[in-house]
Design a binder for this molecule. Structure first.
Ligand SMILES: Nc1ncnc2c1ncn2[C@@H]1O[C@H](COP(=O)(O)OP(=O)(O)O)[C@@H](O)[C@H]1O
Ligand SMILES: [Mg+2]
Length: 262
């Protein structure tokens, strides 16, 4: 919460129904209620199709809810804005531009002065461990490094909120661990509010202040788990939380008759 008690983001009874030609209306999200505090790191965790991306895009202002509304700092979200940066799994860098020119691109669009763009780009490349790579071309970088460029690009616009949709899903296991570590460092340094979509239980446990578990048919919030550094440092607590979350997910993923109920 801010000093005034207003959450950074407030998702209020949000629902989304898609009109489909073949199957009629499809209820993708139902009655989503979620407040996210200033500087909080919240993960959305759930099986494919439970509406994680739809919810993130509604918060980004890229889609409109069918019901309810989203507030940022108490004001309704009506479209995309520079206060909310989105990082997707497919990071869409321009291959013909250098690393620095990629990071500068959104600032160019926002007509930020050249000297400021350069300083901010270099500063954010340093933050993601890519100083020394500013003048390289995108195709000279590994996938993990490219995702860090995308992260620097999002951060360099100085958004207040980072919305990340499975940003590390394309990375190999080792790179993914390193990207996660870097995001933790970045969050500590910048204290941005982060909403992070993942379908990895361990990733959510490693990164989050709170884990929002979602279920399907219709997409909805099933349970919310707060955690902190202290809980993370106790292997027993982590194992217990992992077990609890997996049990919930199993119930969501498997038909009811296949789930043991003990
Ligand atoms: N534009 C659309 N039209 C119809 N159905 C959609 C559309 N976008 C998403 N869906 C459906 O809504 C559900 C949620 O999608 P999505 O938010 O992408 O889920 P997730 O990111 O959790 O995998 C899925 O069943 C998906 O097929
Ligand atoms: Mg998705």
């Amino acid at each position: 919460m801010s000093e005034t008690g207003t959450p950074k983001l407030s998702v209020q009874q949000v629902g989304k129904t898609f009109a489909t030609a073949a199957a009629g209306p499809f209820r993708a999200l139902s009655d989503i209620r979620l407040d996210i505090a200033v500087e909080e790191f919240v993960s959305l965790l759930g099986p494919s199709g439970c509406g994680k991306s739809t919810l993130l895009e509604i918060i980004a202002g890229l889609q409109f809810p069918s019901d309810g509304r989203v507030l940022m700092d108490g004001r309704p979200v009506t479209g995309p804005g520079p206060d909310r940066a989105v990082v997707f799994q497919h990071f869409a860098l321009f291959p013909w531009r250098t690393v620095r020119a990629n990071v500068e691109f959104p600032m160019e669009m926002a007509k930020v002065a050249r000297a400021v763009r350069k300083t901010r780009a270099l500063e954010h490349l340093r933050m993601v461990g890519l100083d020394g790579f500013a003048d390289r071309h995108i195709w000279q970088l590994s996938g993990g490094m490219q995702q860090r460029v995308a992260l620097a690009r999002a951060m360099a616009c100085t958004p207040e909120v980072l919305l990340m949709d499975e940003p590390f899903s394309g990375a190999d296991a080792i790179t993914r661990e390193l990207l996660q570590d870097q995001l933790v460092t970045l969050h500590r340094a910048t204290r941005k509010t982060i909403l992070f979509v993942t379908h990895s239980v361990d990733e959510a446990i490693k990164l989050s202040d709170r884990i929002v578990v979602m279920g399907t048919r219709p997409g909805r919030i099933v349970s919310i788990f707060p955690l902190n550094e202290q809980a993370r440092s106790h292997p027993d607590e982590v194992a217990q939380l992992r077990g609890t979350i997996w049990n919930l997910l199993r119930k969501e993923i498997l038909p009811a008759d296949q789930v043991e109920t003990h």
